[in-house]
Design a protein around this ligand. Structure first.
Ligand code: PLP
Length: 317
């Protein structure tokens, strides 16, 4: 793990560029982090300054104006919003139920495993049977629980800001695939290039990834079971892997009361860090989610303490 912040490296004695020469083309710390993530996910990895940056670079590489993305409904809100932003460049998208086959006529299939916040798992076999390339956003599953390339997907995508970084202090994204040469060229030319410091933080995060997500999964499984028994909670959504779950309380007012009443669990957005965070998704997604839906990202705190915090917040009037 070396942190090299240089943007330039000298040519060799014959005046030829070595492996690294200008950091927009590649840099040692980023390259080291890419190798580590590629090994975990079973492919070649490229890093981007954020998960959204990775999404942007990938669709610019794979698609052209007039093309359609079949997008998993109920997936991360920001992905649909990003595709909407690219609509003026001729990109279309339509949503479909990812637990079944993707619709005909799409040039790219976009899945999320499990979806954020609905926690559905995609039918990877049905997607692999579709003629279009398949992207699996496996931010929440992480390579600990899913290696999408082994299930016929063409690309795995991560918001490394979440579990891979793991400490809510690193904004980073990644794409893993079998041959990313074209994506690498687009990254270099568009300049959607990560800095070395977040790459170093990713390397550090990966050292504890498995420990963290297995513990978060155990705690989330326990909390999901307890929430299912709670009289004020309906509809607990948990995929059984990872630390992300969502549950419904009566309405928007109840959700606001619960999210602002926790003491241990922080009322904030994002997911995948060592600190538990919870928020109503209605504030961001509007009518796309029920007003009483709360999304909880389970951290590394003690499960009983987390439950005590949730239980007292659910009792607030
Ligand atoms: N994909 C998923 C599943 C996410 O949850 C997020 C962010 O919340 C993103 C992609 C976007 O990642 P970033 O915020 O790193 O741009």
């Amino acid at each position: 793990m070396t942190l090299d912040r240089s943007t330039i490296w000298p040519y060799d004695e014959r005046g030829e560029p070595r492996e690294f020469y200008y950091s927009r083309y590649g840099s040692p710390t980023v390259s080291e982090a890419e190798a580590a993530l590629g090994a975990l996910d079973g492919g070649e990895a490229l890093l981007f300054p954020s998960g959204s940056g990775a999404v942007t670079a990938l669709v610019l590489t794979l698609l052209q104006p007039g093309d359609t993305i079949a997008l998993a409904e109920g997936c991360y809100f920001g992905t649909g919003v990003l595709f909407q932003t690219l609509a003026k460049w001729g990109l279309r998208h339509l949503e479909f139920d990812q637990t079944g086959p993707p619709p005909d006529g799409a040039q790219l299939v976009w899945l999320e495993a499990p979806s954020n916040p609905y926690a559905t798992m995609p039918d990877l076999d049905a997607a692999a049977a579709h003629p279009a390339p398949v992207v699996v956003d496996s931010t929440v599953a992480t390579p600990v629980y899913l290696r999408p390339l082994e299930h016929g997907a063409d690309y795995a995508l991560h918001s490394a800001t979440k579990y891979l970084g793991g400490h809510d202090d690193t904004l980073l994204g990644a794409v893993v695939g079998r041959d990313l040469s074209e994506l690498r060229t687009v990254r270099t030319r568009t300049g959607i290039v990560p800095a070395p410091d977040p790459a170093w933080q990713l390397l550090r995060g990966l050292k504890t990834l498995e420990l963290r997500v297995r513990r978060q999964t155990a705690t989330a499984t326990e909390l999901a079971a307890r929430l299912r028994e709670h009289p004020k909670v309906s509809n607990v959504r948990y995929a059984g892997i990872g630390g992300l779950l969502a549950f419904d309380v009566a309405d928007g007012e109840a959700a606001r009361r619960v999210e602002t009443s926790t003491r241990l669990i922080v009322n904030a957005t994002s997911l995948g860090g060592v600190t538990s965070v919870m928020e109503s998704r209605h504030r961001w997604e509007g009518d796309r989610v029920p007003p009483g839906l709360l999304r909880l990202s389970v951290g590394l705190e003690d499960a009983d303490e987390l439950w005590a915090d949730l239980a007292q917040a659910l009792e607030q009037h």
